[in-house]
Design a protein. Structure first.
Length: 128
């Protein structure tokens, strides 16, 4: 068997890497669906929507909706002042904090916990 020249090996490695990158991008959503800001945490998509009278969090895993009834959640506001805001299931794959709003410039961590497994997901957002 002949050894593979270095250039051919480099090209083959690059092509394989690009193929894997395309496959990885196909798993999660890349655009917010509800007018908010999207963060990908592994295969989980967390969308934070700051409405005038409440905050919504939408959750999917590999493009499939995660039922909010199976989650607990909270918003950890780091700045400008520290606070913790509870999220409640609001149907489908949405959790919300009624009466809450997030000020521009706030740094917020969405912390979600699956009630069945206690698996945690954290997504960090900066409110613009």
């Amino acid at each position: 068997m002949k050894p593979i020249p270095n250039a051919a090996l480099a090209i083959a490695s690059l092509a394989a890497g690009l193929g894997l990158a395309g496959a990885a991008l196909a798993h999660g959503q890349g655009k917010p669906e509800h007018g908010g800001v999207l963060q990908l945490v592994g295969e989980t998509s967390v969308e934070l929507v700051n409405r005038p009278d409440h905050v919504e969090v939408w959750v999917e895993d590999e493009g499939e909706e995660i039922a909010s009834a199976g989650l607990t959640g909270k918003l950890l506001v780091e700045s400008p002042a520290k606070s913790e805001i509870a999220l409640s299931p609001a149907g489908e794959n949405k959790l919300e904090a009624k009466g809450a709003t997030l000020a521009k410039g706030s740094q917020v961590t969405v912390l979600l916990t699956a009630t069945a497994t206690q698996a945690k997901t954290a997504a960090v957002f900066k409110i613009d």
